[in-house]
Ligand binder design. Structure first.
Ligand code: SF4
Ligand code: SF4
Length: 287
């Protein structure tokens, strides 16, 4: 049976990737999936060798056939996203794919066509397979792309007899986050003790609770605001959520990142030991 762990945070820059990459270094017989597609950075630390590339399509967009167009202006009048100029020139980069123009065009001069949004990769790293993706400039990540990354990770895990998928999830509470956590066996929420971090993380924990996904918490840079750390601990206690560890503020994380290494490879110091202890506790939860 393949187990799935998603590491997630209420906002970006909380140390989520630092932790996930170290888990990837510590785990055995696993696949890593970088589902934080908007800010994919796992590849910086894991230095993947790409084995397979596949194109990813986002929303369909409008395409106009100038030869059929009779310049009636209906597309300009009806597009809510300003993708047409008053002279009916179409700007595909502004198209949101609603297909209204296709519907209102009296002569069938508009078709909805596939738009290539980016590429997904199956790669090999020193810590086993990595599934990751890259969006083309101006494209946004979608639940569909996160689902594709997860699907490929599962296929690779099944093909290679792996028993765990470690997913680096996107920050926030949007549809990409939900897509990265639905149906997984455990969600680890990384929280920084800032007021906004606490607020956003509580929302994620609510989402996890709504979908009945077991969740645990790790507090990163707990020592930058001990009062807020205390209130996170209290909140978790009241909600019955396990705090699997607290990490101190430590510049080792930045130094390791700059050296292209995970913290547990880079150092044997306090941060590294704390991450190893968190991993032991997370592993126990996954059994
Ligand atoms: S598909 Fe919708 S958003 Fe795109 S150009 Fe047509 S009306 Fe505008
Ligand atoms: S609705 Fe069709 S025919 Fe009318 S201006 Fe737009 S593309 Fe041309």
């Amino acid at each position: 049976m393949v187990r799935e762990l998603t590491v997630i945070s209420g906002k970006g820059g909380c140390g989520k990737t630092t932790l996930t990459a170290s888990f990837s270094a510590l785990a055995r017989n696993h696949v890593t999936a970088d589902a934080d597609v908007d800010a994919a950075d796992m590849h910086i630390l894991l230095d993947p060798k790409v084995l397979r590339t596949e194109r990813f399509h986002g929303l369909n967009i409008a395409k106009m056939n100038d030869e059929l167009c009779i310049n009636c202006g209906k597309c300009y009048e009806n597009c809510r996203y300003g993708a047409f100029d008053p002279d009916n020139t179409l700007h595909p980069e502004k198209c949101e794919g609603c297909a209204v123009c296709e519907l209102v065009c009296p002569v069938g001069a508009i078709d909805m066509v596939e738009r290539e949004a980016g590429e997904a990769y199956v790669s090999e790293t020193r810590f086993g397979p990595l599934i990751h993706a890259k969006l083309h400039a101006g494209e946004e990540a979608s639940g569909k792309l996160v689902a594709l990354v997860r699907e490929r990770a599962r296929q690779v895990a099944e093909d290679q007899g792996k028993d765990l998928i470690i997913i680096d999830g996107p920050p926030g509470t949007g549809c990409t986050v939900i897509s990265s956590m639905t149906g997984v066996d455990l969600v680890l929420v990384v929280i920084e003790p800032s007021l906004s971090g606490i607020h956003d993380s509580k929302r994620i924990l609510d989402v996890a609770k709504h979908f009945r996904i077991p969740s645990v918490v790790c507090i990163n840079k707990y020592d930058i605001n001990k009062e807020n750390t205390h209130s996170i601990m209290e909140f978790c206690r009241n909600e019955g959520i396990e705090v699997v560890g607290k990490l101190p503020y430590d510049e080792t994380a930045t130094k390791a990142m700059m050296g292209g290494k995970t913290v547990v490879e880079f150092s044997e110091g306090e941060l590294s030991q704390s991450i190893k202890e968190i991993w032991r506790r997370v592993e126990k939860e996954l059994i």
